[in-house]
Design a protein around this ligand. Structure first.
Ligand code: FAD
Length: 467
């Protein structure tokens, strides 16, 4: 990389082309800590820390408004952090590639730094960027930072990506991870640059977010992580399935947008009590990312054809979305999703199993609905977890079925989680709340069961295994 030892501010006035600032284009790495792309960009005398609001992408219905809300918070937070060290976030709106190249050309940058991202969309975008940049002699440099270990770094002896979690985990945990990148101490913007502005939610969408979603940004993420680590990490192994306790970290949206560095979280927590179980969960995230990176088609296509004929989405799908299936745990989860844009992991498994097995709806339909509502909606984690539950994915037991009543009795024994989200069941005793009688349902105005679980599963098994 060429480095200039001159003051940006002075030289840009004299001769714009004599200056070669670097451009740091933020994508899913909205943080200043442990951001290898940002620190590399800071080696130049001045930097354009850029975010492009990709308007065509934000207009897509699968990009849920909850994620847009969180993203805008994260951008405002990043801007504040950059201003504290002399910079600012430069914001542009429109087509990602065109806007980026316009900025590169306008400021005369000769290098663009960005985080490597294994998603199909990011890879395609990078290819297009490289081909556009080649003719302008602009160097494009990618850096790690989206996952703990980069996709493609942990491979089988045959040099292929792992398809099963446990062997992947063994290799992943034994690997020497990269060192954390230092935080930049100062950032100089090219003088006179128009920093633009972060749009408001109303500027980018007419849709309304869920009423209670977490605030986005690196500062909020670090606060959430610190508080949770102090109070809960040591108990993580024992408590992460206690649905009503809400004892998991809730950092998934911060990881999705890169407000937290997954490597920093894993490095700092792995040797603390409870850290090994927690870091194992972070490994699931890396595992699914490397899998989707090697097989982008898994976002839509079954990983294994288990011979399960697809059903169709009918009015029972609407009842599932609205939390009116008559199964209290399923309904509580779906109502939590609507009001908070999130759902406990165990409940995600239960509602996904209910949709794909009891209601016989293809996993892709449920996955899409999740992506529209989850603040942490993440193509790799979402689609591949749906496949895991549906029995088409990486699960070694493809015939797993979650009984929504047994799961409720076991993981929400007092019914506290159900009461939090299903108002009709407030006054039902802890024993009956998992499966109220028809008389109790009629008294409190709660739905009858949409299907009988045992009969629905018998039907599913019949279709799967034959008579
Ligand atoms: P914690 O228990 O505190 O775990 C810490 C971190 O580990 C999580 O933030 C997450 O990054 C990672 N992690 C934990 N469990 C998993 C897992 N099963 N797969 C991958 N990573 C995991 N997670 C998403 O981030 N985005 C999604 O869109 C998503 N969709 C899902 C859909 C279904 C049907 C299921 C069953 C799971 C899905 N998950 C998804 C995984 C998991 O439910 C969430 O990561 C977790 O609930 C987030 O809460 P937490 O941060 O408190 O988790």
């Amino acid at each position: 990389m060429r480095r200039r030892r001159v003051s940006c501010a002075t030289v840009i006035v004299m001769e714009r082309t004599a200056l070669h600032p670097s451009v740091m284009v933020f994508t899913r790495d909205l943080r200043v800590r442990d951001n290898p792309a940002l620190i590399a960009a800071c080696e130049a005398d001045c930097v354009v820390p850029l975010f492009i609001v990709d308007e065509p992408l934000l207009g897509h219905p699968a990009v849920g408004v909850n994620r847009i809300r969180f993203l805008l918070d994260a951008l405002a937070d990043l801007d504040r952090s950059l201003r504290l060290i002399g910079g600012a976030l430069v914001v542009r709106r429109g087509d990602w590639l065109n806007e980026l190249m316009t900025v590169v050309e306008a400021c005369g940058a000769d290098v663009v730094h960005l985080s490597d991202d294994g998603s199909a969309r990011a890879k395609r975008r990078l290819r297009e960027l490289r081909s556009r940049a080649e003719s302008s002699k602009v160097e494009i440099v990618t850096h790690p930072g989206v996952t703990v270990v980069a996709a493609g770094e942990v491979l089988t002896a045959a040099g292929t990506p792992f398809q099963m979690f446990t062997p992947y985990y063994r290799r992943w945990i034994a690997l020497r991870w990269r060192d954390l990148a230092p935080s930049p101490r100062a950032i100089a913007l090219p003088s006179g640059i128009d920093v633009g502005s972060i749009p408001s939610l109303e500027d980018v969408t007419q849709r309304r977010p869920s009423p209670r979603i977490a605030a986005g940004g690196e500062v909020a993420g670090l606060d959430a992580l610190r508080t949770w680590t102090a109070g809960q990490l040591a108990r993580y192994g024992a408590s992460h399935d206690a649905i009503a306790d809400d004892a998991t970290s809730r950092i998934s949206p911060y990881l999705h947008f890169g407000c937290l560095s997954p490597l920093e979280v894993a490095t700092r927590l792995r040797d603390r009590p409870g850290g090994d179980e927690f870091v194992r969960q972070l490994c699931w995230r890396d595992f699914f990312h490397q899998l989707l990176s090697s097989r982008p088609d898994l976002a839509y296509a079954d990983m294994h054809d288990r011979g399960i004929p697809s059903g169709t989405a009918d009015e029972s799908f609407a009842a599932w979305c609205n939390g009116q299936t008559g199964y209290p745990l399923v309904d509580a989860g779906m109502r939590q999703l609507r009001s908070e844009g999130c759902m406990h992991n165990r409940v995600r498994m239960v509602v996904a199993s209910f949709l794909t097995k009891d209601l016989d709806v293809p996993w892709q339909v449920g996955a899409r609905y999740f992506m529209e509502h989850l603040v942490d909606g993440d193509l790799a984690n979402n689609q591949l977890n749906w496949q895991w539950v549906a029995g088409t994915g990486t699960d070694a037991n493809p015939h797993r079925i979650f009984n929504p009543i047994r799961q409720s009795e076991r993981f929400d024994p007092d019914g506290a989680y159900i009461r939090r989200y299903v108002g009709e069941l407030q006054d039902i005793d802890s024993k009956s709340i998992h499966d109220p009688s028809p008389a109790q349902r009629a008294r409190c105005g709660y739905s009858a069961k949409l299907v009988d679980h045992a009969a629905a599963i018998a039907h599913y098994r019949l279709r799967r295994f034959g008579p």
